[in-house]
Design a protein around this ligand. Structure first.
Ligand code: FES
Length: 653
């Protein structure tokens, strides 16, 4: 062809186009991912590109200085008003004049990659369900008696190849004034779920809407509710926030909430209302923190365990309280946010709830599977999401198994005498000197560091309020390492241990971590009861992992991934000393942060990921801990610290 050659980077896609073809048109024809909200009108600036000039032997092209057209009036106007970055052009205005190499920067790609914090993690690819489209609608005409919605639909078909749309009555009520205010130029937010052929109009604004679109990824836990406010165009997390689940007043753990519902007529309705209220409050707070209008939140993705799932949906969880633990549905759900009374956000916002795996293995576990992808692992990975319920996955490319284990809230600092949430003032890490038996600790939000690891001498008195999950895990493990506690979990007396930090409390002993009661501050001890609570929790967790290993026919795993809001803060050594996790080399224990929350973010940003997890979940082998007799055996054996029967050779090193 004698037409100029156009090469796009980084995709490498190339083709010949007649002189005068806009770069955006060439990109579209080649299937190059180049964004556009305004449809080439030169007002949205989403289509920015960077042309390259000179010799490109790799592409077999020499690019002359005049390979693109000069700036036209539209580009000049945009640059005057907003300023284009040096070297950038508007892809919809610049036209091809000669052979050219064109780079599409990440911010101009619809399907951009969003890098995740965890080093090992795959990036999130953007492909949101809700996107913005600027469109020019024909004005009404006496000779052509069509409605405004029909003309909007026709314009979207002609200008964006969107076949059909649907709008509810709340949208219809604003359609006419908005069209007229925008002089029939409007921006619509269209939502298209992966199995829909019809796009829903979520909202409409006069002219070009530039304030963006947002979504919430919510990890709805039994103890805490955590949300990430995410920009649906860039994938950027604008704010993260969490609150306590107000259902705690009806019962600390899931089973007590199920019994509350059984014992109190209408109890499930109370719990549903409480959690929905809390989500509205959280949405308002997080929008305020990110300084955006909450009405721009157009999508919410939820991950949660089965009981929370039912209570969120307004379904009585009573069936989940007894075998065979039947769910009302285990399928993923796409719903109107207003059906869940989520009134603080856009009134036409959509929600997506990940599928549940089984009666006790919820959408939170599915989210961990989406984030950590055990089914793609070359080696055998044990993934543990530590919370009030532990979600446990074991698998590799061959097969993935999952179960859930009722650890109780001890790992989250609840049911611990000085326990608290991981928040400023909480002791999050602790070391006990094996010689002097004196503690050093690290307090969240406290600047009184005394050594390079950030451990403070026990003299710090300000700001300490309690001990959080990771702190109590380390405290119990350290008591064992320092020889202050035997393998059955019994704390010795002052006479036995030779330290005044072991103090009698009732008929048992406690370890005194910190005492500022003389100055009106707290007195923080690790009591025998605390140790029992941690033993129960860790035994449940370990027994769940062992049950999966039995089913898979292995007695060791290649690596362990600790996930969960505080999973990242647990020291792998202490987790192993405690016998929370099976014996593996310490460098094979990694943390994945809040994997369930990340899974929710992935599903929020990428509609294909929703389909993917729906498929993956169907292939996961479910193991029900509650009805497996071996679970009980493992549980009893796992009570010792670290363990009664299983060897821990790596720990011995
Ligand atoms: Fe909107 Fe080019 S496509 S400015």
């Amino acid at each position: 062809s004698t037409d100029p050659l156009v090469v796009f980077t980084p995709s490498g896609k190339r083709g010949h186009f007649p002189v005068g073809t806009p770069v955006l048109t060439a990109a579209r024809q080649l299937g190059v991912d180049l964004d556009s909200v305004c449809g080439g009108r030169g007002i949205c600036s989403k289509c920015q590109i960077t042309p390259s000039y000179g010799e490109f032997p790799k592409h077999g092209v020499t690019v002359a200085d005049d390979a693109l057209s000069e700036w036209n009036a539209v580009e000049q106007r945009y640059d005057d008003k907003r300023g284009l970055k040096p070297g950038r052009r508007l892809g919809c205005q610049a036209t091809v004049q000669g052979d050219i190499v064109i780079d599409v920067p990440p911010e101009s790609q619809v399907h951009k990659q969003v890098v995740r914090k965890a080093a090992s993690a795959r990036a999130i690819q953007m492909d949101p369900a809700t996107r913005l489209f600027f469109v020019e609608v024909d004005e009404p005409d006496m000779h052509e008696p069509t409605g405004d919605l029909e003309r909007l639909e026709r314009a979207l078909r002609d200008q964006w190849e969107i076949e059909s749309i649907t709008a509810d009555v709340t949208l219809l009520s604003k359609l006419q004034p908005v069209l007229r205010k925008g002089k029939f130029q409007v921006t619509v937010a269209l939502n298209k779920a992966h199995d829909d052929s019809i796009a829903r109009v979520i909202d409409i604004w006069p002219g070009l809407h530039e304030a963006g679109l947002y979504g919430l990824a919510i990890d709805l836990g039994s103890t805490t509710v955590a949300a990430h406010l995410t920009d649906l165009e860039t994938g950027e997390v604008k704010a993260s926030s969490g609150i306590m689940n107000p259902q705690i007043r009806f019962g600390e753990d899931l089973m007590s909430r199920v019994s509350y519902s059984m014992m109190n007529p209408g109890g499930d309705k109370e719990m549903t209302a409480a959690v929905r209220d809390a989500i509205n409050t959280l949405a308002e707070e997080i929008a305020k923190e990110a300084e955006i209008d909450a009405a721009l939140i157009v999508e919410v993705v939820f991950v949660c365990n089965p009981v929370m799932h039912h209570l969120l949906l307004g379904i009585d969880p009573v069936e989940l309280g007894q075998a065979p633990f039947a769910l009302a549905t285990s399928e993923s759900l796409s719903l109107e946010a207003r059906d869940l009374d989520l009134t603080a956000i856009n009134r036409r916002a959509r929600t997506y709830i990940l599928p549940c795996i089984a009666g006790h293995v919820g959408a939170d576990c599915a989210a961990v599977a989406l984030s950590e992808e055990p089914g793609k692992s070359e080696d055998l990975a044990l993934i543990v999401d530590v919370g009030t319920n532990a979600e446990i996955l074991l698998g590799d490319k061959e097969r993935v198994l999952a179960c859930s284990s009722p650890t109780g809230p001890a790992f989250e600092g609840a049911q611990i005498s000085s326990g608290q949430r991981a928040a400023p003032g909480a002791i999050e890490a602790i070391r006990i000197d094996p010689e002097t038996k004196e503690p050093r600790f690290r307090v969240i939000g406290c600047e009184l560091w005394s050594d390079e690891d950030g451990f403070d001498e026990a003299t710090a008195t300000t700001g300490i309020t309690g001990i959080c999950g990771s702190g109590i895990i380390e405290a119990v493990a350290e008591l064992r390492i320092a020889g202050l506690m035997d393998d059955s979990g019994l704390i010795g007396s002052e006479a036995q241990t030779g330290t005044g930090r072991c103090v009698p409390e009732g008929r048992t002993n406690s370890y005194l971590v910190h005492d500022s009661s003389a100055e009106g501050g707290p007195r923080i001890t690790v009591t025998q009861g605390d140790i029992r609570a941690i033993q129960l929790a860790k035994s449940a967790l370990y027994a769940g992992a062992r049950l999966l290993m039995d089913q898979r026919g292995v007695d060791k795993v290649d690596r362990v991934v600790l996930a969960g809001a505080f999973g990242a803060h647990i020291s792998s050594l202490h987790a192993m000393v405690l016998g929370m996790i099976p014996d593996v080399p310490l460098d094979k224990v990694m943390s994945a942060g809040n994997a369930a929350g990340t899974g929710a973010r992935i599903a929020l940003c990428n509609i294909a990921a929703r389909k993917e997890i729906e498929r993956v979940v169907r292939e996961i082998t479910k193991v029900e801990t509650a009805i497996e007799p071996k679970f009980q055996d493992h549980f009893v054996a796992a009570n010792a610290i670290p363990h009664k029967t299983d060897p821990f050779p790596e720990l011995a090193k």
